[in-house]
Design a protein. Structure first.
Length: 255
């Protein structure tokens, strides 16, 4: 990465460690230039404890190859990736309740000090549930993925499809619209891979499998994560430390 990027990372880490609380962070300039992305500060105080933990880890970390970096909302945060992907030396930088804009606002902190072979992203679901337009959310996700591809050109960028859970079934059409737009961008640019993980959580075409979800009907159960792991494990490099696979577009179907 260039000097500007490194300075941004350092500044973010020092701010997270030295401040009483994380108040605001700036969206990366490249991401602001994407379609419909506002150049504005975003409050991050509700994520203080989670982001401070990331900052403390980053402060002592050295820049070295990391197998897989996981970024996103609670579907990432609640995933025991160290157990499920131990051979890939995973780092979990998911934080509960995060939207795409939250991830972009804390971009430097989430990606600091790592040079992963793969980056896996799950985000966007919360944005839609909060009332944002599905197409606008898709463009924000694409902005994030484009920024990752620009900053990590040798890294495989993988975005997971937004799931339709029992408690959020009413947003299914919006999730599917956003997924289609992200898939189209993947196919058009080849900058990132779109992986369909939502189909693995369905009992049939019109009903999610309740066994794949926790009691809240939103977050994944052990079975749900088992199904996701099976898909992703077949998609990542087979051996720890193996060279990154060339970027390609495509959909991995779980059915």
């Amino acid at each position: 990465m260039g000097a500007g990027k490194k300075q941004g990372v350092t500044g973010m880490i020092l701010y997270a460690i030295g401040a009483m609380a994380l108040a605001t962070a700036n969206v990366p300039a490249a991401a602001q230039a994407q379609q419909g992305w506002p150049a504005q500060a975003i409050t991050a105080s509700r994520f203080d404890s989670q982001l401070m933990a990331f900052a403390q880890i980053n402060r002592s970390a050295k820049r070295e190859p990391v197998g897989t970096l996981f970024i996103g909302s609670s579907s990432i945060r609640l995933w025991n990736v160290k157990a499920d992907f131990a051979s890939y030396r995973p780092i979990n930088h998911g934080f509960g309740g995060a939207t795409v804009r939250d991830v972009l606002a804390n971009y430097d902190l989430l990606t600091a000090n790592y040079e992963p072979q793969s980056i896996i992203v799950y985000v966007g679901e919360n944005d839609i549930v909060q009332g944002r337009d599905a197409s606008a959310v898709a463009q924000d996700v694409i902005a994030l993925l484009s920024q990752l591809h620009e900053d990590f050109p040798k890294t495989r960028i993988i975005v997971l499809s937004m799931k339709s859970s029992p408690a959020r079934w009413g947003w299914r059409s919006a999730f599917e619209l956003a997924n289609r737009e992200i898939l189209l961008q993947s196919s058009a640019t080849g900058a990132f891979d779109y992986v369909d993980v939502s189909a693995s959580l369905m009992r049939d075409e019109d009903e999610p499998d309740p066994d794949c979800f926790r009691a809240d009907g939103v977050h994944l159960s052990a079975l749900g994560y088992q199904r996701w792991r099976k898909i992703i494990d077949s998609y990542l490099p087979e051996q720890e430390g193996s060279a990154p696979i060339a970027l390609k577009t495509g959909v991995i179907s779980a059915r």
